[in-house]
Design a protein around this ligand. Structure first.
Ligand code: AMP
Ligand code: MG
Length: 403
């Protein structure tokens, strides 16, 4: 087993290690009615032609068009109840939209283009061609045509098309199953009425639950553990039973009560990286055992949010074949800014749509969630990088932001 580097690693190196250790998800068959938003895991071909039978595109009369404008009405073809006899030249059958064209007819004259007389019709606006207003069997799709490719996210129009072919089930990629373990002896549930002097209300849980939803994954468990090695090992062992990916919050720094790394070691996980040259989120930890992945997020809420959105969300989306690129937007810097530190900084900023400018949020501490509630994007500043007023930069939008 490779030994874990004691040095901070580059962001690109961390991203490479994560993409070299993807979540391997199986496929599953689900009901068509539950397939909205899921990603198809097979190419689908049409089992039959569409339209299924030649039918009328308008309410009107179907005829054998030979230039004759006065014709005898001999019957009706309704949607679902066709006219069964053969139609000859000089005869007309009343027809509704979607009704089958009777044998012999080739053209539909819309009701507004004719006059109804006693037992007859008189065409006042002549068809421009034979087959006007006729929808031919198979004109849209032939039996065997490729209709939806593997990797496509199912939307309502796909549902309609598949229903019209009588498809009742679909093969889709499984959603990743996630377990969250919140570490910290100072934590109380946010809805607990009682709170001690040196306790805080736990807020990463509900935030990460939201992030899991945005990443279209499934949260299967969320537990809280005290800062103790035995409880941390027990929580990890139990989460591993059903989860594909276990996310720790807190307990991954250098404190004497930080036990996440030790717990993964005790359970024979391979430790893949710990500590990245970034701010927020320096102590991010990643480990793997067979198909199970473990991430240790720093407990500071902004760090946890940033690390999830920058590293875990793309991994989860990619595993399910969803587009995983972060949304970016170009913006102009309003005032000079420099990163004097030696880690890449992800500064919380507010992008103003009206003038495409960015404004820095005042409080930037990793414990200050107001830096995110007031922001809509991250500005990435490399060590020693300086931006001058008027410079154009690319911002990474917050994962929930749509501009
Ligand atoms: P840690 O990474 O465990 O050292 O925690 C870093 C900071 O984040 C500490 O101030 C913790 O109290 C805080 N913290 C840890 N977990 C949570 C949580 N679930 N919700 C809110 N704050 C937390
Ligand atoms: Mg802690």
């Amino acid at each position: 087993m490779a030994t874990l580097s004691k040095e901070l690693i580059e962001i690109t190196e961390a991203q490479k290690i994560i993409s070299d250790n993807p979540l391997e998800l199986d496929t599953e068959t689900i009901k068509l009615s539950e397939a909205l938003g899921r990603v198809l895991a097979e190419d689908l071909r049409a089992p039959e032609a569409l339209p299924r039978y030649t039918n009328s595109a308008m309410d009107g009369f179907c005829i054998v068009w030979n230039g004759q404008t006065e014709l005898d009405i001999i019957g009706e073809s309704h949607a679902g109840h066709p006219y069964h006899n053969r139609v000859q030249a000089g005869q007309a059958v009343r027809i509704s939209t979607g009704a089958a064209l009777p044998e012999g007819t080739d053209t539909v004259v819309p009701i507004e283009n004719l006059e109804l007389q006693e037992g007859k019709i008189k065409i006042v606006v002549e068809p421009k061609k034979i087959s006007e207003h006729v929808r031919f069997k198979g004109e849209e799709i032939q039996s065997g045509d490729l209709i939806i490719k593997s990797g496509v996210e199912i939307n309502p129009s796909h549902l309609a098309m598949l229903a019209s072919f009588g498809q009742t089930e679909l093969l889709v990629y499984k959603k990743p199953k996630l377990a969250i373990i919140l570490t910290g002896s100072e934590l109380r549930a946010y809805d607990d009425q009682e709170i001690g002097d040196y306790e805080i209300r736990e807020s990463n849980g509900i935030m990460l639950e939201g992030m899991v939803k945005l990443a279209k994954a499934e949260l299967i468990s969320m537990t809280r553990v005290e800062d103790r090695l035995d409880s941390t090992i027990a929580a990890l062992e139990s989460a591993c039973q059903a989860a594909d990916c276990i996310i720790f919050s807190g307990g991954v720094s250098v404190g004497t009560k930080d036990f996440v790394k030790a717990a993964t070691a005790a359970l024979d996980f391979e430790q893949l990286f710990w500590k990245i040259k970034q701010k927020p989120g320096k102590p991010l930890f990643f480990a793997r055992k067979a198909k199970k992945l473990v991430f240790g997020l720093p407990g500071n809420p902004v760090s946890a949010l940033f690390c999830f959105s920058h590293y875990i969300q793309p991994l989860l989306l990619k595993a399910q074949a969803y587009p995983s690129k972060q949304n970016k937007v170009k913006a102009k810097v309003k005032a000079d800014i420099k990163n004097k530190g030696n880690r890449t900084n992800f500064i919380r900023v507010h992008y103003q749509k009206q003038n495409q400018e960015l404004e820095l949020i005042k409080h930037q501490g990793s414990h200050m969630m107001s830096s995110c509630t007031e922001a809509n994007a991250f500005l990435e500043l490399k060590p020693e990088q300086e931006l001058l007023a008027g410079d154009e930069v690319e911002l990474i939008l917050m994962p929930w932001e749509r501009l």
